[in-house]
Design a protein around this ligand. Sequence first.
Ligand SMILES: Nc1ncnc2c1ncn2[C@@H]1O[C@H](COP(=O)(O)OP(=O)(O)OP(=O)(O)O)[C@@H](O)[C@H]1O
Ligand SMILES: [Mg+2]
Length: 410
Amino acid sequence: MNAVPDIIEGTEIHASSGTLEAYLTRLDQVDLLKVNGKVEQVIGLVIESVGPNCSLGDVCMIKSREGHDLCLSEVVGFRSNRVLSMILGDASRVGPGSEIVATGRSLSINVGKELLGRVIDGLGRPLDGKGPIVTDEVRSIYAAPPNPLTRRRITETVATGIRSIDTLLTLGKGQRVGIFAGSGVGKSVTLGMIARNTSADVNVIALVGERGREVTEFLDRELGPEGLRRSVVIVATSDQASLIRLKAAFMATTVAEYFRDAGMDVMLMMDSVTRLAMAQREVGLAIGEPPTTKGYTPSVFAMLPKLLERAGNSRSGSIGDLHGSRGRGRHDRACGGRGPLHTRRPCRPLQEACLRGTVSGGRPSREHKQGHARGDDARPQGGGPPVPRHDGDVQGIRGSHQHRGIRQGE
Ligand SMILES: Nc1ncnc2c1ncn2[C@@H]1O[C@H](COP(=O)(O)OP(=O)(O)OP(=O)(O)O)[C@@H](O)[C@H]1O
Ligand SMILES: [Mg+2]
């Protein structure tokens, strides 16, 4: 609750940057006539309210009947003249009649080089106890991908510092790569190793839906102080509301875009996209979308390419995008997901993204090929070549061979 102003009043920090224009801009943004709404129903994480006057993606503040700020919510839909919003935080004291006030802004994050070495949560609030993050710039977490015609082609390589990958599966600056593996196979360890040793200028790491224990393990063991110094870590653990887990990925992409616009080469890592897809599925199901394959709602398939397309090269810099994706197969269920080295089929939405070409498989799995062969998609059978093509977007790294290769490379 205390951190609420950090998120929605980011423009105040912007305004305090000194120039009169900043204050004039702030004045323009002031809404003098506020139409507030009233909460009618709360079902799960979804709040149905009469009013306020708002649009999709707007952040609203929910107040108690005594007028205290309770929590934030984000408008996710409208039904029969009612506003549907989802809670960003703890909804325990929200009830019928609570006031809901539109802020007229979408979620935003303070961006700047001050973020380096910091660990923030899915709403951009500091988690590491190192004090507030004061920057000159505030960005909305929703942005359009770079114009396709202004994207530079992928012509330079980027070192991951893992010799087996650099030698056999060399990555290019601005390339998007999926790491597909089952639970406990070593995705997080691989991402940590890359974060520590990569030749990119900045790492932006989103830990989405991880267990709380894994976060400190990742920070202390995999990343270390050396890696953290040139990284920004965004954490939304599995206990957080699904919308916060979802926003963490958007926050991370926004931070990566900031550093790319500053002309840097950025390594954006997401661990894991499967959990991100699951978060969107929860949101979709809660607002009444129909479930499709594996229960994933249509919005999952719409959200992934929108988000993933924001990475890659722009005119100024590059965002190389590494995604951890976890598959659940029959074996996963049988061994509780903790078996020895096994490969898994990537989660369905990422597989879809592969098929669409947002994330494509450079070295497709057998199951993936079978998917093509079955006619799951009209794309060429067999996927991409065994060695990554830098004119393509992405290569999929998967499999126990690669894992063993990494071990040999260490
Ligand atoms: N290169 C490696 N060499 C030796 N051991 C490794 C290596 N990579 C991973 N491991 C071992 O495997 C364990 C699990 O790895 P990790 O947490 O990275 O798996 P994961 O794929 O991220 O799993 P999950 O999907 O559950 O998050 C690690 O704790 C580590 O002990
Ligand atoms: Mg992991």
